[in-house]
Design a protein around this ligand. Structure first.
Ligand SMILES: C[S@@+](CC[C@H](N)C(=O)[O-])C[C@H]1O[C@@H](n2cnc3c(N)ncnc32)[C@H](O)[C@@H]1O
Length: 178
């Protein structure tokens, strides 16, 4: 996003100091803040053009507070078939079929949906890359590296995998007269 908007400045928010440190180095116009996105965001009211949340928690109330009136929230979540070639054979966590409805229910008191679409693309992974990908996701808490390695050993050295994400765009709800 920063490469696309030369005048923009990015603020990365993550509760992990390691992730924040890495993000701060990702672009010369990015700064990073260690903060909990369920608490008050360390940003003034109505100043942000775009909030981007990729595979991470989103606090609808706070996001609506910091967005400009014409700002947008872009949420990227795993689609049902994300990594399906790994999820089935390795017994990994499946995406909750109600995930899209839960996302909408949590955001819609504060934000209005604008559009949504699913993006899919192929990934050709080595076994090592597949193990890294599994390790960075929620699966890591529900399996062990040894179990993943044993499952991957039974798969081809190059594994063709589907990446699939839902991208949903929201705007602030118009202020209602009281
Ligand atoms: C799956 S990673 C996605 C990271 C990044 N968006 C990306 O696409 O590479 C989820 C991130 O959310 C962060 N996270 C989880 N809970 C959080 C919270 N309550 N507040 C802030 N960050 C949180 C984690 O530390 C982790 O870096």
């Amino acid at each position: 996003m920063l490469a696309r908007w030369p005048d923009a400045v990015g603020v990365v928010l993550d509760s992990s100091p390691y992730a924040a440190r890495r993000a701060a180095r990702a672009h010369e116009r990015a700064v990073a803040v260690v903060a909990d996105s369920w608490a008050r965001l360390p940003v003034l009211d109505g100043v942000v053009d775009r909030v981007l949340v990729v595979f991470a928690p989103r606090n609808g109330l706070e996001i609506a507070r910091v967005l400009r009136p014409d700002g947008r929230l872009v949420v990227v979540t795993p689609a049902a078939e994300h990594l399906r070639e790994l999820v089935g054979p390795l017994g990994l966590l499946r995406v909750d079929p109600d995930k899209a409805a839960r996302l909408a229910a949590s955001l819609e008191p504060h934000l209005q949906p604008v559009r949504a679409r699913t993006h899919r693309w192929p990934l050709s992974l080595s076994r090592a890359a597949a193990a890294t990908l599994i390790g960075m996701g929620p699966h890591a808490r529900h399996t062990t590296p040894a179990a993943v390695d044993a499952g991957l050993a039974a798969m081809p050295e190059r594994i063709e995998v589907t990446a699939a994400v839902d991208v949903a765009v929201y705007r602030r709800r118009p202020a209602t007269a009281t």
